[in-house]
Design a protein around this ligand. Structure first.
Ligand code: NDP
Length: 247
């Protein structure tokens, strides 16, 4: 491998939006660390597709909620490729049944904050000292912060925390020429969105945007590629909603 090649860690890249981001950034010339939590087979398929197309990729298992696993993830990336230039903090969870706040149990609350908030905190803390000068960080929020749909209170609260960390970390990294932004997708056709919803509800949510369809993982990967690439270099500390105009 060309040792000057830039390297991107994409968390939660075995499926859904993360898999599309990994594939897109590989096409844009990055060597990719395909992080996953448990689904080794799917992560392996993403790596195989990238390498078959002439790119570089390696799969690394790490639960982002666990600080030591995240340290190992960065160490493994540096051992394999010698550097890390880009962190895409895509890994996240959402309960399929979306209970109202009054019906949300402690276990659900704790799991959401452990993966969505602590998970991003863990990777951001590593990235703040280990990313190359001129690097890029893209976090994941959600347009549901703006839509304010019943059932999303705790999930949206985790994303609110991410937007705040995005803005403040961008300022804390002054002097390193590293940008920190967040993407806030609207409803996007992945397991996280589709599981537990009736076809009628999916159709209604798809029609909420004036463009009258669900987002695709590729729509969101295009947005990430813009923020990571040269054209996005002046965008810093922002949250970019990508939702077809739903909010
Ligand atoms: P999916 O459920 O399709 O995929 C989730 C990915 O995250 C998988 O690769 C999964 O790995 C990984 N993951 C889950 N938990 C962990 C963990 N603890 N450590 C490491 N990896 C983990 O989700 P989406 O692609 O839909 O969502 C991606 C991001 O986009 C999330 O942050 C989500 O909140 C956000 N988002 C999604 C929207 C949507 O409508 N889909 C809308 C707004 C925001 P494995 O396969 O190993 O389980």
């Amino acid at each position: 491998m060309n040792t000057t090649q830039q390297v991107a860690i994409v968390t939660g890249a075995s499926r859904g939006i993360g898999a599309a981001i990994a594939t897109r950034l590989a096409k844009d010339g990055y060597a990719i660390v395909v992080n996953y939590a448990g689904n080794a087979e799917e992560a392996g398929k993403v790596v195989a597709a990238i390498t078959a197309a002439g790119g570089y990729a390696t799969a690394v298992k790490a639960d982002v909620a666990d600080p030591q696993s995240v340290r190992n993830l960065f160490d493994e990336a540096i051992r394999t490729y010698g550097r890390v230039d880009v962190l895409v903090n895509n890994a996240g969870i959402m309960p399929p049944n979306l209970p109202h706040l009054a019906d949300t149990d402690d276990k659900t609350f704790d799991a959401l904050f452990a993966v969505n908030v602590k998970g991003s905190f863990n990777t951001l803390r590593e990235a703040a000292t280990k990313l190359q000068h001129g690097g890029r960080i893209v976090n994941f929020s959600s347009s549901v912060i703006g839509l304010a749909l019943p059932g999303y209170a705790v999930y949206a609260a985790t994303k609110g925390a991410i937007e705040v960390m995005t803005n403040i970390l961008a300022k804390e990294l002054r002097g390193k020429n590293i940008t920190v932004n967040a993407v806030a997708p609207g409803p996007t056709a992945t397991a996280l969105f589709l599981n537990g919803k009736t076809p009628e509800l999916i159709d209604r949510l798809a029609k909420a945007a004036p463009l009258e369809r669900l987002g695709t993982p590729e729509d969101i990967a295009n947005t990430v590629a813009f923020l990571v690439g040269k054209d996005g270099q002046w965008i810093n500390g922002q949250t970019l909603r990508a939702n077809g105009g739903a909010v």
